[in-house]
Design a protein around this ligand. Sequence first.
Ligand code: ZN
Ligand code: ZN
Ligand code: ZN
Ligand code: ZN
Length: 226
Amino acid sequence: MDADCRSTFREAEADPDDDGRRLAHGLALLRAGFRVAAAYELSVASAYGADTESLAAVVFEDRQGEAWQLLDPEGLFTGVAPLTPDARVRGALVERDGRTLPLALLAVERCPRCTNGETGCERCDGRGFDRHELAHRGRTCGQCSGNGTVLCEVCSGDAILVGEIEPGEGCGHGAIELEDVDELPFKRWSLARCTTCGLAGVELEGGSRRFACRECGFFGCACASV
Ligand SMILES: [Zn+2]
Ligand SMILES: [Zn+2]
Ligand SMILES: [Zn+2]
Ligand SMILES: [Zn+2]
């Protein structure tokens, strides 16, 4: 299957402005399972005028079987998309119901208690002032400093439960670049990516790093424990 992609890649590179070649490459990528690269190629082909119904087929399912949509494939590559596995595409984000996640984190166990690392302050019922001092509303709640929310106890504010996964052989992930993702609501970690192998990682507050599964590139994947 990859052989198909290699040949469509070469053909698209030879004439990158040809919508038919970009479409053919996109479809070959899709068949081979490189869905992010496929979505990019299909979006390019579409911009060049090709009929790309297949773009709608590029969705990603999470553990619950819910479908997430890839966000803005146009910006993910420059030139013709190489055969890059989904989880290793820098900047690949998925969205569902207004929530955005890096694709590499799609299979991760979401915190069962909170959505963004915070929960309502129980001491003040989320009001921000001490409920025993209703007569003096200027007095802020000592528990949440008046925010009405506190750091989630289950996930310590990460909002996801990222397992401890050691980097694999072959790449020590020496050089890391942090991926700037404005859409992320999470507060206590940053998305990192190895500049050599493209594997995604998270850098937690304090600088410690955890990397995704070296086999599939995802956090929380089924093969992570193998
Ligand atoms: Zn409070
Ligand atoms: Zn939580
Ligand atoms: Zn690496
Ligand atoms: Zn895996």
